[in-house]
Design a protein around this ligand. Sequence first.
Ligand code: NAG
Ligand code: NAG
Ligand code: NAG
Ligand code: NAG
Length: 434
Amino acid sequence: MAPVFSLLFLISTASVFSAVTARDYGFTVELIHRDSPKSPMYNSSETHFDRIVNALRRSSHRNTVVLESDTAEAPIFNNGGEYLVEISVGTPPFSIVAVADTGSDVIWTQCKPCSNCYQQNAPMFDPSKSTTYKNVACSSPVCSYSGDGSSCSDDSECLYSIAYGDDSHSQGNLAVDTVTMQSTSGRPVAFPRTVIGCGHDNAGTFNANVSGIVGLGRGPASLVTQLGPATGGKFSYCLIPIGTGSTNDSTKLNFGSNANVSGSGTVSTPIYSSAQYKTFYSLKLEAVSVGDTKFNFPEGASKLGGESNIIIDSGTTLTYLPSALLNSFGSAISQSMSLPHAQDPSEFLDYCFATTTDDYEMPPVTMHFEGADVPLQRENLFVRLSDDTICLAFGSFPDDNIFIYGNIAQSNFLVGYDIKNLAVSFQPAHCGAV
Ligand SMILES: *[C@@H]1O[C@H](CO)[C@@H](O)[C@H](O)[C@H]1NC(C)=O
Ligand SMILES: *[C@@H]1O[C@H](CO)[C@@H](O)[C@H](O)[C@H]1NC(C)=O
Ligand SMILES: *[C@@H]1O[C@H](CO)[C@@H](O)[C@H](O)[C@H]1NC(C)=O
Ligand SMILES: *[C@@H]1O[C@H](CO)[C@@H](O)[C@H](O)[C@H]1NC(C)=O
């Protein structure tokens, strides 16, 4: 596979565009699915169905992690996100491939010298080689960006510490440095003085082929929040359906004016703030309908608090609903499909049907978010688990109190986040073709 880290070394900093000086500025970077041939995590020995089953397994694990971290003040998903992004840190720009995660807040990468790092196959960032790198002092207001885990070193430098729900962790210096991204227009965009975690102690379930995490959550240290002054707090993505396998079409992550979602079919729903789950984008799903039958989201089922009841997350594959709602919804789907019932060969999913064609009939299905009716297509509802089996890509989980709108349901929609006006927009699209 092509070396993903070479490109930016070749670009002199003089040609880098500094976006903080621009207003209404927009740019687009590539979002790499972890199973795409462009991903450093790509495993060519896996079959298409292996990849789908592995994605289902990660999805259910991610939810377990959320639940287990119940008692923590700021529960955070582990690093099992589904998408990667390439960013560069420092001057000259040093490229890393990291997990892009709407369920995380901080941008961190493994840093030399490493007292305790997981194995990383790509070269590691060395802050002493960057002329723009600076540790944040304990006295700086920015030190609070590291959330509850900040502390002081002996020489008064600000230290961050992130504990993930699966016992993984990252600890090190909170620092500022230039973050550069390779825009798909060909021109790199640089964001000086971006707060990053320079991780000297990172361990747990991290993959040897990724160098850290780029948080796209709502916290002050996330990439999205930090780019806010230049991008107006807007980003969007258009996820290619999981079933389209080894396509080389790339998913785009748009910022600023490139992330405008408007025009035909666009609907918007409010983002709520959850006191306990500050990282997440919390929405209100009022009901789900199959044909003319509407099933309400049960009152009080979610513990997000306030009005919201479901998290929208690009790093979770399935959509998780309260079990009572899932059962009504699944039964209604089963009754209106003219296909024979089948068993899920992977045993993850409950509502499966036998068909060898992808051109089957299905009832109209709509997700009724507050103020936004989102009509789902086949690729949002079903995932093919074998040559003759499709399954409803919706689940529930044992404790039945955190619900997630996952990435299969979001595919072939342009999904826009506006963290200034607190809204998520959906517009039907053909992702990959746009
Ligand atoms: C990491 O990438 C190498 C090739 O650079 C590959 O051989 C290996 O299987 C990958 N490992 C994982 C865990 O994806
Ligand atoms: C790649 O996939 C094969 C087949 O599923 C599996 O046996 C192997 O362990 C995988 N390699 C890595 C590095 O994950
Ligand atoms: C994807 O790209 C790789 C390398 O650029 C190429 O070898 C492969 O044939 C492409 N696959 C498809 C389905 O276009
Ligand atoms: C996006 O919206 C902003 C504000 O409404 C506007 O200034 C900008 O021109 C729009 N950009 C595009 C590409 O439509």
